[in-house]
Design a protein around this ligand. Structure first.
Ligand SMILES: NC(=O)c1ccc[n+]([C@@H]2O[C@H](COP(=O)([O-])OP(=O)(O)OC[C@H]3O[C@@H](n4cnc5c(N)ncnc54)[C@H](OP(=O)(O)O)[C@@H]3O)[C@@H](O)[C@H]2O)c1
Length: 374
């Protein structure tokens, strides 16, 4: 049976790769809805190829032959079998929640939505007897390793370490956006690439794993594994550990999230040659060099609206770093200030989360402006 897919964020890195996968299996999947932000040109090209019934773009540009609907409507489309959320940053929150409320199977790349509102989203998913199929490679790996297993003793998320893994700490304040965008293993959108360089991304993934797998923070660890072949390790009570290994290519976890529980042969995906892998190394991350990792873990552990404030502030800070308004090391500095001045709401509802996010965006802009004028 052909499954009907809605892709939110189709013009981004994950969205484009999802369309690649779907194109390789026309007998399995049909694109019925596409949503983009401001890249209307690419969206039009995608519409010409995939002929979706429903579209969304930020500019509300009319597109012949397709019905314009809101992002929230698209996320809850009765016609969709799977909603793939590949929106960037905090823009993914409300559509992911709409998909969960509508009982949709969610193929989720947008980690920020779970970080901001993990309890709300996961309880809606349970209430509506649906599921989240993770696309983030580490979480896809954990999901695969946990199948048929009891709760684990601990899980280990691996991190490539980004472009500054071996960079001197005292030179980090001078790195340029161009240098920070040169990720050693993955080709991704700009925001997640900068988050990987600061390692905030790994901190967000700790919170994402906590919500997705209902596991306590003290059982989630991070190890730097610069080869990016082992995506996560899960250890059980008897000391036995399972890991998932694959070439670093997001098309694989995207395909698995769509095909689950089936595994499909796809000749376009690169295969591992174990005889040529060489050394696989693991080491603990340097928290002095990458303070964002610790900040995010603390925000997750404290809960409330801290994670939402952090995600929203980071959306702004990454943008300002890319525009060369602030330095690379300003990102953790401002995030720390935001977290220490935030008044968190315990057990927040959606309104509290959105309020915390808009407070953090305004506050961080104000802080940067004040600093610039001194
Ligand atoms: N890329 C990866 O390899 C990777 C790996 C793991 C997890 N993820 C996660 O997947 C998500 C997407 O990452 P990405 O790298 O694909 O990002 P990206 O390349 O920046 O793409 C983001 C997509 O969201 C759209 N978008 C952004 N803001 C929007 C808004 N307000 N309304 C509607 N559409 C909006 C963009 O549209 P326009 O481009 O048209 O403006 C684009 O289609 C992130 O949460 C990221 O952490 C990504």
């Amino acid at each position: 049976m052909v499954q009907r897919i809605a892709i939110l964020g189709s013009t981004g890195s994950i969205g484009r790769q999802a369309l690649d996968i779907i194109s390789a299996f026309p007998e399995r999947w049909q694109v019925i809805a596409l949503a983009a932000g401001s890249n209307a040109k690419l969206l039009e090209e995608q519409i010409a190829i995939f002929k979706p019934t429903f579209v969304f773009n930020l500019g509300k540009r009319k597109i012949e032959g397709a019905q314009y609907i809101s992002l929230d409507e698209m996320a809850a489309l009765p016609e969709a079998d799977i909603v793939l959320v590949a929106l960037g940053g905090s823009s993914g929150l409300e559509p992911t929640l709409s998909a969960a409320r509508a009982g949709k199977v969610i193929a989720l790349a947008n980690k920020e939505s779970l970080v901001m509102a993990g309890e709300i989203i996961t309880s809606e998913v349970k209430r509506n007897s649906t599921e989240i199929r993770p696309i983030d490679s580490e979480h896809s790996a954990i999901w695969q390793c946990l199948k048929g297993e009891p709760p684990p003793r601990r899980i280990i998320l691996t991190a490539s370490g980004g472009p500054f893994l071996n960079y001197p700490l005292d030179e980090l304040d001078r790195v340029t956006p161009e240098e920070a965008l040169k990720h050693p293993s993955w080709k991704m959108g700009k925001k997640v690439t900068i988050d990987s360089a600061t390692m905030l991304n790994k901190g967000l993934e700790i919170i994402e794993a906590h919500h997705l797998f209902d596991i306590e923070y003290d059982k989630i660890e991070v190890l730097v594994h610069s080869q990016s072949i082992v995506h996560a390790i899960v250890e059980f009570a008897d000391g036995s550990a399972k890991a998932e290994l694959a070439f670093p290519d997001m098309r694989l976890p995207i395909q698995y999230a769509l095909s689950y529980p089936e595994r499909l042969e796809n000749k376009a995906l690169p295969q591992l040659d174990f005889s040529r892998l060489g050394e696989l190394s693991f080491r603990t991350p340097d928290l002095e060099k990458f303070p964002c990792l610790k900040l995010a873990r603390t925000a997750g552990e404290k809960g409330g609206t801290y994670p939402a404030a952090m995600v929203a502030a980071d959306d702004v800070l990454v943008d300002l770093f890319l525009k060369e308004t602030i330095s690379f090391t300003d990102i953790p500095r401002y995030l720390e200030e935001i977290l220490s001045s935030h008044r968190s709401v315990p057990s927040p509802e959606l309104g509290d989360i959105l309020e915390a996010a808009s407070w953090a965006k305004e506050k961080v802009k104000e802080m940067v402006k004040k600093c610039g004028s001194q």
